[in-house]
Design a protein around this ligand. Sequence first.
Ligand SMILES: NC(=O)c1ccc[n+]([C@@H]2O[C@H](COP(=O)([O-])OP(=O)(O)OC[C@H]3O[C@@H](n4cnc5c(N)ncnc54)[C@H](O)[C@@H]3O)[C@@H](O)[C@H]2O)c1
Length: 427
Amino acid sequence: MTSELIDRAQTSKTGESTLDSPRSSDFRRKRPDSVSRMFRTRAPFFLIGVAIAAFFFQFFSHSPSPIPDSVVDSELVLPTRRVLLEESATNLKSKSGKVPVGLRGKRKRILVTGGAGFVGSHLVDRLIERGDSVIVIDNFFTGRKENLFHHFGNPNFELIRHDVVQPILLEVDQIYHLACPASPVHYKFNPVKTIKTNVVGTLNMLGLAKRVGARFLLTSTSEVYGDPLQHPQAETYWGNVNPIGVRSCYDEGKRTAETLTMDYHRGAGIEVRIARIFNTYGPRMCLDDGRVVSNFVAQALRKEPLTVYGDGKQTRSFQYVSDLVEGLMKLMEGDHVGPFNLGNPGEFTMLELAQVVQETIDPNAKIEYRPNTEDDPHKRKPDISRAKELLGWEPLVPLRKGLPLMVSDFRQRIFGDSKDATANAAS
Ligand SMILES: NC(=O)c1ccc[n+]([C@@H]2O[C@H](COP(=O)([O-])OP(=O)(O)OC[C@H]3O[C@@H](n4cnc5c(N)ncnc54)[C@H](O)[C@@H]3O)[C@@H](O)[C@H]2O)c1
């Protein structure tokens, strides 16, 4: 088994020169022979080595992999990689009874855009309560830090001042996309910015969802039905929307946001959910934002007349915010894309609502009629059969129960502390 190379090393150890000696020229002359002898002697070992390597490669490449090949191969399904990894982790758990270290009990990282606003801040409360890690991005156009003060200092909570019209990169598992002014007063204030927020902002958040493999939920609106010709409105109704009116920046903006969401879903494999939210009320709504419930409550508390636009016979349905948050979370966690109507089917005329406000706050509150605003829909009432059947969701809080919960918050914000509030309310 001694090879010429070993021989050569031994020779050099003896102190003889290996460069100029006659032996060295011998070696050069004999090299072809020695190489072939080396191959002859080592070839069997080499072949055995190759066979062992091939066997191992074959065996391990067929063992169950936590990421299916198709996921690694296809650019198209890249976004769903995290979800598949989570599924694989579950499978691993069920097979072996153990989850690899680091995957056990993984809390979700959730981005809430517009989380400093009315609905967003209630959603953040529920997600934190569930044990998730929450990042809020908000430009504070209509949102307020005060809505989130109680989470400051919590390591599971982060607040970033950011405008969704600009891209951002954050590692998250789910995105609740709420950023957009929701009341007519605010969305009409800068209509171009409103449509930009709806279109460019939604594009940016969908791009982020694609990049990090997050599930994306769009908070759309019942306004996509416009002034509806179908009553109540089911999700299959395509709407009756004025594309050039003063509300179009919002209505058409949200319709385009829905289109983008579905196109990213079909074209890029993003997991998406769409909620069409109907009128919602509750604590932390902006005071004086032109939405009928907050208007009436603030006016009644300040002893001002309740302003009713038109003849007051137009109808709306009013959903308490905790019901909406429950619906959004069920939608996000469920298996259905939607769109889903999330609203309370209890229908009230504006005059009936004014009456409930009078009963709750001030029986002597006066009503003042004003001319109706342009494109104000006559009727709005959700058909929620789809949400009932597929999400197992329906609202639980009736208007007469929800309104008093909102009134105490408004009292506190209008009159300062609750002592003042009581004094003022009583005067
Ligand atoms: N509340 C309702 O009755 C209702 C009904 C239908 C749809 N929605 C939808 O639900 C979502 C939340 O509504 P809301 O009632 O909480 O409204 P809101 O105005 O209280 O909250 C919106 C939040 O988004 C933020 N925001 C606005 N533009 C932004 C931007 N460009 N970048 C970052 N942040 C931005 C605001 O500062 C605010 O915090 C909205 O998308 C709205 O269209 C609400």
